[in-house]
Ligand binder design. Structure first.
Ligand SMILES: [Zn+2]
Length: 280
C-alpha cells in the first residue's frame, strides 16, 4: 500500500451492493474521497465543488493504516503498466494537472505556459506533447537544472520567472505556491488569455506582489484568472486511463513507511524532482 492522500492497494472485501470490483483487484483512491452526490455540482460531474467534498487523509482516514474503507465510486482501477509507486503520483499531480489543462480551454496550436516545474508541471508537459502536437510549451522556473530538464522533455523555451518569453501565451498554468508568479503570469498572456492557478497559495499574502498589479498591464484585454479546486472522479479515471495508454510516468522517490517524517522534511526543504511515495 502507498499511504497518504493518494493510496494504492488491493481490495480485501466489497460491500453487498458493489458490482464493479472484487476482492483481489488492485485499485487507487485519490484525493476525492466522497461528496454529497445530490447537489447541483455533483449532478453536473463537478463533485470537486460540492460543499460536502471530503478529502482522503484529511476528512476521512487515508492510507496510514493496513486497511481503509472507501466508497466504491472513489476507487479506480490502476492500469497494469504502472507499479503501485508509479501510480500514486499520477492520481495526485497527474489528475490535478489534467484538470488544470482542461480548464485552460486550449486548442491544438495555441501556446501554453507552465509557471513552476514540479511533479504536476512535468506531467502536464508530457500530456500536452501527447495530446496537442502543434502546441508549444514554454516553462518558467527558477533553476537552470529545471530549465534544462524542461527542454529535455520537449519544452520549446525555458527561462526564469521574470524572463520575457519569446511570444505571448493563450494560457498559463501556475503550479507554484507563491503570489508573485501569478502577477508575473498575467504579463505573459495574450488578450483573452487565461491563467489557471493550479496550486493553493500557501505563502503568506504577498501584499507587494498584489499591490504591483496594474489594471492596464495585467488585467486589461479580458484576461482571466481561474483557480483549480480539488479533483472530480472523472479527472482521476480519465487521467489514469490516458496515462496507461501512453505509459506516462513521472519521476518517483520511494521512502519506507517508517521514514514518513523524512519524506515530509525533504518535500519541504529540498528541491527534488518528482513525487514522493511511502511504501508500506
Ligand atoms: Zn454535492
Amino acid at each position: 500500500m502507498v499511504p497518504g492522500h493518494e493510496v494504492v492497494g488491493i481490495i480485501e472485501k466489497c460491500g453487498a451492493k458493489v458490482s464493479t470490483f472484487k476482492p483481489g483487484d488492485r485499485v487507487g483512491v485519490a484525493w476525492i474521497f466522497s461528496s454529497c452526490g445530490k447537489c447541483e455540482f455533483c449532478k453536473a460531474g463537478l463533485e470537486n465543488l460540492c460543499f460536502e467534498f471530503k478529502g482522503t487523509g484529511r476528512d476521512e482516514n487515508g492510507g496510514y493504516a493496513e486497511f481503509m474503507r472507501v466508497p466504491a465510486e472513489s476507487a479506480c482501477f490502476i492500469p497494469d503498466v504502472f507499479t503501485d509507486e508509479e501510480a500514486a503520483p499520477l492520481m495526485c499531480a497527474g489528475a490535478i494537472g489534467y484538470r488544470s489543462f482542461h480548464l485552460t480551454g486550449l486548442e491544438n496550436g495555441q501556446p501554453l505556459g507552465l509557471m513552476g516545474f514540479g511533479a504536476s508541471g512535468h506531467l502536464v508537459l508530457k500530456m500536452v506533447r501527447e495530446l496537442m502536437h502543434d502546441t508549444e510549451v514554454l516553462v518558467f522556473t527558477r533553476t537552470i537544472e529545471e530549465q534544462e530538464f524542461a527542454i529535455s522533455l520537449g519544452a520549446k523555451w525555458a527561462g526564469g520567472i521574470e524572463d520575457n518569453p519569446p511570444f505571448l501565451l493563450n494560457a498559463i498554468i501556475d503550479t507554484t505556491p507563491v503570489w508573485k508568479t501569478m502577477v508575473q503570469s498575467l504579463l505573459y498572456l495574450k488578450p483573452g488569455g487565461r491563467l489557471i492557478i493550479n496550486a493553493i497559495r500557501i505563502e503568506h499574502l504577498d501584499q507587494s506582489a498584489l499591490a504591483s498589479i496594474d489594471y492596464e498591464k495585467h488585467l486589461w484585454m479580458e484576461k482571466e484568472i481561474k483557480s483549480v479546486a480539488n479533483i472530480t472522479h472523472n479527472d482521476v479515471k480519465a487521467f489514469l486511463e490516458f496515462a496507461g495508454k501512453v505509459s506516462l510516468k513521472s519521476a518517483v522517490q520511494k521512502y519506507p513507511f517508517e521514514r514518513a517524517n523524512e519524506a515530509i522534511w525533504d518535500l519541504k526543504h529540498k528541491h527534488v524532482q518528482g513525487g514522493k511515495v511511502l511504501v508500506w
